[in-house]
Ligand binder design. Structure first.
Ligand SMILES: Cc1ncc(C[n+]2csc(CCOP(=O)(O)OP(=O)(O)O)c2C)c(N)n1
Length: 274
């Protein structure tokens, strides 16, 4: 067992991130370690699961259990892990491409199943790892990719609205330029007893240098948070996507959570419609 209390840096592995200089994902990693230190988690009680992408490399950089899965499949992997090992704090990390494109279907169902996972999406509005193609959150007129030289022309996916409509009980948005806020939201998400979704606006200076301007437009949602889904819906739809904070936290008790471990996986799989 790791000796408690641990400092944020104690949760970092010896693997050095390969992210580009200025990538927002560095701050998200730091914030995750701050949240774990704040909650006094031992390394052995934490597991991070991811898909594929720059952001999905996070489990390698955290000195906890980790599973670098396949593209878009982080959430079903994490759901299975949580059912088998309910004693673990299961974090899920990934990008907007991984979570909303190839993994979009799993996102919907993770929200409605409400298994106790904390899902952190580092949203840079682009497929970073494959060198800058449009993702579901890319603005329709973004024309820097050779694949979409006139922009994709497609409406953007609204992650918070979709999470709310799909039944998520905890929805937050943060910005990589405010790591203490991310840490606060991740800690609150971990403590929330069901599925928690945190969208972190995390600039990609390599393929979207214009995103360095995000620091000028982010501001806090006021007041926050609400437990009323109608109010949350209004807040989300009236917003331009740059307000940060815990947008929605339901006070409805989540469904019964797995508690008995491996022996009960089949019963829980049935109950959670897996
Ligand atoms: C089945 C499959 N399809 C496509 C890919 C190629 N691929 C790897 S990462 C990636 C997108 C990653 O983008 P995102 O999730 O937004 O993360 P980022 O790299 O921007 O952090 C894609 C399309 C793959 N690895 N597997």
């Amino acid at each position: 067992m790791s000796e408690l209390p641990l400092r944020p840096k104690d949760y970092k592995s010896t693997v050095k991130p390969v992210w580009c200089p200025g990538c927002g994902h560095f701050a998200v990693l730091n914030a995750l370690t701050k949240a774990l230190a704040h909650l006094g988690k031992s390394k052995e009680e934490v597991a991070m699961v991811s898909g594929i992408g720059c952001s999905s490399r996070a489990p390698a950089y955290l000195d906890s259990y980790g599973f670098h899965g396949i593209h878009g499949r982080a959430l079903p992997l994490a759901t299975g892990l949580k059912l088998a090992r309910p004693d673990l704090t299961v974090l899920v990390a990934g990008g907007d491409g991984d979570g909303f494109s190839i993994g979009g279907n799993h996102f919907l169902h993770a929200c409605r199943r409400d298994v106790d996972l904390t899902y952190v999406v580092m949203d840079n509005e682009v497929y970073g790892m494959t060198k800058g193609q449009a993702s579901p959150t890319t603005p329709p007129d973004w024309d820097r990719s050779k694949l979409t030289p006139h922009g994709s022309g497609l409406r953007v996916f609204n992650p918070a609205a979709i999470a709310l409509a799909s039944g998520a009980g905890f929805i937050a948005r943060a910005f990589s330029g405010q790591p203490n806020e991310i840490a606060r939201m991740v800690a609150a998400g971990i403590e929330h007893p069901g599925f928690a979704f945190i969208q972190v606006l995390s600039p990609c200076p390599t393929f979207c240098p214009e995103q360095t301007g995000w620091k000028k437009v982010v501001r806090a949602f006021e007041p926050q948070p609400t437990s009323d889904p109608q109010e949350a819906s209004q807040r989300i739809h009236l917003d331009d996507g740059f307000s940060t904070g815990i947008i929605f936290q339901s006070d409805v008790q989540p469904r019964r959570q797995p508690s008995a471990g491996v022996g009960n996986v089949e019963a829980f799989a049935e109950e959670f419609a897996l």
